[in-house]
Design a protein around this ligand. Structure first.
Ligand code: SAM
Length: 312
């Protein structure tokens, strides 16, 4: 006997829910999940120097609140337990349902010792950002290597640029920070140890950085990164926007020259990916650029910064 629609619907909804849960547990829409936890666990020693540089950056910021809203926290493989321990209460938001178990494994002990309570919620933090801000009106908001992943998850360049460039408006007045991929691509690791940025623990070159305001309608290097060799000339006529300039270690450069300097610092080769995140921070926001040698032959440039709360 055929089932009536009302008998089928709940089963279908449950099935869809379970499949979505499982898919996010495996890959988190290509931005995390079991595959991330496995890679991060295996690479924990290789990533130690980037993790240390991230910790140094985080510890420069003195939070004015005891509450942290950690977005895309995952297990916090790259996160500093020492920095987290300053907070009394942490809420971790991630689409990966397994993140809570791995977070307990990585940070549970340290947070127990510091008396920090934490809880996990499985949500799409970008879709629900206004709601999350209302639920946590006093929390420092930190996007933990999640914004640069949205181009991989959403696969719609215009949509991603729109979402990322609006985040600062949604957070207007709040204290917040982010660490995110700006570019990533292959490196020539054969020659790297003899050059400016040896991949040795305790010795990676990070840069202080400020990006200028966006200029529209100009040819640009970062749009070309996806399409051409990173170190080749930029002549992409379809490119639409780029920051006007880049201040690296206090020296103002054209955006092209600054990008080249970052690429050369890690011996970039071949085609690099643009993570569409150059508009996350407002122009001239102080930040640091940290190289993350994801694999022996593949590097990410992470941008990390904080924005102070403004009183109205
Ligand atoms: C590269 S991993 C983050 C790594 C993490 N910060 C660490 O140190 O282990 C990106 C994380 O963002 C999560 N994520 C991606 N898009 C998200 C969204 N819209 N809302 C919440 N979490 C998201 C993924 O599930 C994944 O755990």
């Amino acid at each position: 006997m055929p089932l009536k629609p009302q008998e089928v619907a709940p089963n279908n909804a449950l099935r869809r829910h379970m499949l979505a849960w499982l898919a996010d547990a495996m890959h988190a829409q290509e931005t995390g999940g079991l595959s991330w936890h496995w890679s991060a666990y295996r690479a924990r020693h290789a990533w130690a120097s980037s993790k240390e540089a991230i910790e140094q950056f985080l510890l420069t910021y003195k939070p004015q609140t005891h509450e942290l809203l950690l977005i895309g926290g995952s297990a916090g493989w790259m996160m500093s337990s020492k920095w987290l321990s300053q907070f009394k209460q942490i809420t971790i938001i991630d689409i990966d349902p397994l993140a809570r178990f791995f977070f307990q494994y990585v940070h549970g002990g340290a947070l127990k010792r510091s008396g920090t309570t934490w809880r996990f919620e499985r949500r799409d933090a970008l879709q629900e950002l206004p709601l999350l801000l209302k639920m946590h009106p006093n929390a420092l908001v930190f996007f933990d290597n999640v914004l640069g992943q949205q181009c991989i998850r959403l696969k719609d360049e215009a949509l991603v640029e729109r979402i990322l460039s609006r985040i600062k408006q949604t957070l207007n007045g709040r204290a917040w920070g982010s660490i995110h991929d700006v570019y990533s691509g292959p490196i020539d690791s054969e020659t790297l140890p003899t050059k400016v940025t040896p991949i040795t623990p305790n010795k990676i070159s990070s840069f202080t950085c400020q990006l200028g305001a966006m200029t529209h309608g100009m040819p640009l290097i970062h749009k070309g990164i996806d399409k051409q060799t990173a170190l080749g000339p930029d002549t992409d006529p379809e490119a639409d926007s780029q920051p006007q300039h880049m201040v690296l270690n206090g020296v103002k450069k054209s955006f092209e020259d600054g990008s080249q300097m970052l690429l050369q610092a890690v011996n970039a080769t071949g085609e690099w990916k643009d993570h569409l995140s150059v508009e996350v921070f407002a122009p001239n926001t102080p930040s640091v650029m940290i190289p993350w040698f994801f694999k022996p032959t593949y590097c990410h440039w992470l941008q990390a910064g904080f924005v102070q709360a403004q009183s109205h």
